[in-house]
Structures are given as C-alpha cells and as structure tokens.
Design a protein around this ligand. Structure first.
Ligand code: SIN
Length: 539
C-alpha cells in the first residue's frame, strides 16, 4: 500500500549537487547539528524561508537545570513523571545533563536569556509539571527568535555551511544499503534537483498540519517522517501527540499559541460562565500536565456548550504583562483583545509529536547514513508526553550529538562510487484527485477521530476510511508540492491511527475513553512501525 517513492525520476539525469552532509530543516536541531560538521561541505535546506520553523515561533523557553536551587536529577524526575514511565532513561539522562553544557555554550555564542530586574540572575519561569522555576526565556516571549539568531551567527562563521531556502524534500534516495541524498522540488525555479550526500540529517520538525487545529506553521506536514518510512525506516511512539491547552481561538484568526508561561506567571482558566474549573480536575490546577489541562478544557467546553474557554490575566500587573509577554500582548491587541483587561478565548490545538523517526541516543536511524534529531526524531526522551519547554533543549542536545555522529560516519565510510536505481511509479494516468478536498478530509478526520480523546470505534472508523482512500491515493503521481504533502500526511495519519487503535489503554497524551486507565502489565512499552505492517490492508 505504501510506495517507495512519490515521483518517477532518474537521479542521474536531473540537475545535481554533491555535499558531504545534507541537513533538512533550519530550526534549532538542524542549525546545532551543522556546527559539529565544520570543515565539511554542509547544505542546510529549508522548505520555505529560513525563519519558517517551530523553533522560531517558540515562545515559552528552554527547560534547563541552571537555577542554583535546581539539579539535573530533579529535571530528570519531572521528565520521567510526565512521560508516564515509558521514556528511555538513557536519553533523558543525556538531555538533562548535556543540556546544561549545551545551554551554557549557546550563551557563550551570544544568546541572551532574560534576567531578573536587578540583572544579577536569570529569570527562571515556572511551567506545568516542573518542580520549580526552570525555564529560561528571551525577549520576553520570543525565546525561539533569540536562539535562531544566535545559532545563525555561529553557523555563518563557518564558511563551508550553505543554506538553501525554498527546497521541498520529495524523496530520500538510497542505494539499498545506505542513504545517498534527497530529491527536492526547488520552488524558486520550479524544477526538481538531486542533492547527493554522504550523510543526511533529518531535522525538519513534527507533523502538526495533519490535524485541523494546530499551532504548527503550514509547512509542518511530516515530509521527512513519511519519506523515511517509505524507505523502510522505523517510526516509533506515533500514538503520542501532545495538544497545547491554550491556543487563541477566534474565527479567522491564526491559531496563535498563548504560552504556558502565561499560566506559570499567574493566569487562570475560566469557562464560558466565568467559573474557574481546574480545581475539579487536578491539584496543580492550571499547572497540571498539558494532557490533563487539554482534556479538562474539552470537558468544560462540552459541559457549558461552548467552543472555547478563557484565560484570565486580569489579576496580574498590566505593566508586567506587557513587558514579559510583548509578542502575545501585541498579537492579541491587533485583533481587539487587550490581554491586560480582556479575557482571551482559547482551546487546545495539536502542538508537538513525541513520536517520529526512531533513533538511538546518537540520532542514528535504522537506515545507514540517515540521522534524525529534534521533533522529527523519536529518541524516547519524551515517553508518552513531553514536559513543557523540553523541546528546545532536545534540539540543542540531540542536534549536537547527531552532528557529531554524522561526521564520524563520513570519516568511516569514505566509499566513493555507488549506483542509484531509477524510480518508476506504476501510476494511473489521468486519475483525478482534488488535493484540497483530500487534505481537508484528512485533517478533519484526524481531529475528530484521533484527537484529544479517542475511542476504539472512532479509531476503527478512521482506519476503515484510510484503507479506502489508500486504494487510490498513491496511484496518482503528483507534480505539485501540495499533492506530495498530502500523500505524506496520509502516511502519518495511517501510522498514528493504527498505533492509537492498538494501544488499548490511556497513557500521557494518548487518552482512550474506552480504556481510561494505564495498563502497565501489557502496555509499559513502546510501539514501532515499518511499512511492512501495511503490506496487507489491516484491521
Ligand atoms: C509554550 O510556550 O507554552 C510552548 C512551549 C512548549 O511547547 O514547550
């Protein structure tokens, strides 16, 4: 059912370029990986423009044990508790310990985190499920921008690193033994190019666009996860998808994140009747883990027959709000909401994929020469749910490790010649598919049947529909980016729906109404999928 390639192409006969390392994605993980490859020819590709990444939009901050009252052990414990016991402890250990060094290094490279009003200490913020204030932030609520700018200064000091924007990855290329590069659609010139590479590092972020409601930029369609899957690479933990509880919800307005740190600084949640409700759901109230807050909001919306709840900052100091959250303040003001005076309508949206391309703790995937780091990867560091603000740290730590291992791989595998297959798709000429309609159908089915609350019947219904759509979706050879993106989204939806259906329990971000409790006897483990699973129509 799942093809090896999306386009018929002969890589030998299209324009090509040779590099040592191809890094796909210009967020924190990709940029940090590139630094480790200094001295080699490195190409970083971005699907759209340079600042179009999850990192650049990140508001809240970086969780790191730098507060004198904190320790990596405490950060470790909080990460494991939120991950509901199925995190990989080795990966978490690396995250919390290496993380301290990586953040100090970033500061040396020029990244300026906000300090307290005296300027003598960093201003650590509290976020959900952290035992103490641990979150560094920058420019108030523009942490991602500060980090990307600092990393770009570092990367541009290394002459061998090139950045290419407007490059959409259609397919990874392998010779059956090893990765050999990628086939791209160059949107500036409307042509297809082959980038031949000795190693490829996937650092392209998650797949939030598979859902109707998401905080992710429109470019985040899971292209690398799907391309790797087509090559037989293992995907892991795909049932665990995190929903962010508080995303601005107004008709026609982009789904803009209202950072968790707003609640960390004292904002409360109220329902459409003006009642505070989190006390019914968790002793930590607004700072309960994200999955708990998201489900509580959904239930309140249902109970009060409303399509949102509200964040209330009115008891907080107005000057503090404007200084601490300038991005959120200004964005909301553009749409007529003064957050120092007015309630902010919010509801949960798809935010972060705990699952992705399975890697070891060095970013190695199951395909030699292909590495992955950041949200696209699954090291197991997050388990069933991600602790708030662990993702920027993950990108830094595992980006650096993947970059280092990729360099070693190049040094050890100096093989010059290899032969590339010609890719010929057996497609059905003239088959007409309305891409827009298909994409809309995928997004709404995901949201409805594989969303915040799931159950066996709805998951089964989704899988049955996917099996029907799967009979024709790959018979069409698209020649446009939105077509290829839709095929990628379909693959990720298919894997996610099966993973969620098979996990007959609730754990972390995966909540089953028909199995509302965790079942450690059977399910204290992680699920992996390869395309062989879908050879026959399943379930
Ligand atoms: C936020 O600022 O709430 C988002 C940070 C994160 O996803 O960890």
């Amino acid at each position: 059912m799942i093809p090896n390639y999306l386009v018929s192409i002969d890589p030998v006969h299209i324009p090509s370029e040779k590099v040592d390392c191809l890094i796909i994605g210009g967020g924190i993980a990709g940029l940090r990986a590139a630094v480790e490859l200094a001295g080699l020819r490195v190409l970083i590709t971005c699907k759209n423009y340079l600042y179009d990444s999850g990192t650049y939009n990140a508001q809240g901050g970086v969780a790191v044990a730098l507060n004198p009252k904190d320790s990596p052990q405490s950060h470790f414990n909080d990460t494991i508790a939120v991950g509901c016991g199925i995190n990989d402890p080795a990966a978490v250990n690396i995250l919390v310990n290496d993380g301290v060094e990586r953040v100090k290094e970033l500061i040396q490279w020029g990244c300026k985190f906000d300090r307290n009003p005296n300027g003598d200490e960093y201003d650590f913020t509290q976020e959900a499920a952290h035992s103490l204030p641990r979150i560094l932030h920058a420019r108030g609520d523009a942490t991602g921008k500060e980090i990307v700018d600092a990393l770009l200064v570092k990367v541009s000091s290394i002459p061998e690193i090139q950045i290419q924007t407007g490059f959409f990855l259609i397919d990874l290329v392998s010779d059956g033994e090893c990765i050999r590069g990628g086939i791209f659609y160059d949107s500036s010139h409307s042509n297809i190019v082959f980038i031949q590479a000795r190693v490829v590092i996937a650092a392209s972020g998650g797949f939030g666009q598979v859902f109707q409601e998401t905080t992710n930029p429109s470019s985040i369609t899971g292209d690398l996860q799907a391309a790797a899957f087509r090559k037989g690479v293992v995907l892991e933990d795909m049932e665990f998808y995190q929903f962010h509880p508080t995303v601005l919800y107004m008709a026609g307005v982009p789904r803009f994140l209202i950072s968790e740190s707003v609640r960390g600084e004292g904002a409360i949640l109220v329902n459409s009747k003006g009642e505070r409700f989190m006390n019914i759901y968790h002793p930590d109230m607004e700072l309960a883990p994200r999955d708990v807050v998201s489900r509580a909001i959904i239930r309140e919306m249902r109970r009060t027959n409303s399509n949102c709840v509200y964040l209330d900052l009115r008891k907080m100091n107005g000057n503090f709000i404007v200084k601490r959250f300038p991005g959120i303040y200004n964005f909301c003001l553009e749409y007529g909401i003064d957050i120092t005076k007015n309630l902010i309508p919010v509801r949960p949206c798809a935010h972060y994929a705990m699952g992705g391309i399975a890697t070891d703790i060095f970013g190695k995937t199951t395909l030699p020469g292909l590495f992955a780091c950041g949200e696209v990867a699954c090291t197991g560091v997050h388990g069933a749910n991600r602790l708030a603000s662990n993702s920027l740290l993950e990108g830094l730590v595992f980006g650096a490790r993947a970059g280092k291992k990729a360099k070693e791989f190049i040094e050890l595998n100096n093989k010059g010649s290899f032969s590339l297959p010609r890719y010929k798709i057996d497609h059905q000429p003239g088959l007409s598919i309305d891409v827009y309609d298909l994409q809309k159908s995928i997004k709404s089915l995901t949201w409805k049947n594989v969303g915040i609350e799931r159950d066996g019947d709805e998951l089964h219904e989704a899988i049955e529909k996917l099996n029907i759509w799967g009979r024709y979706i790959f018979l069409k050879e698209f020649s446009s980016q939105d077509g290829w993106e839709t095929q990628n989204m379909f693959i990720l939806f298919l894997v996610m729906a099966h993973a969620a259906y098979l996990r007959t329990e609730s754990r972390g971000a995966h909540f089953r109404k028909d199995f509302p409790y965790s079942n450690d006897d059977i399910w204290k483990k992680r699920q992996t999928f390869t395309k062989d699973f879908f050879k026959k129509e399943t379930l």
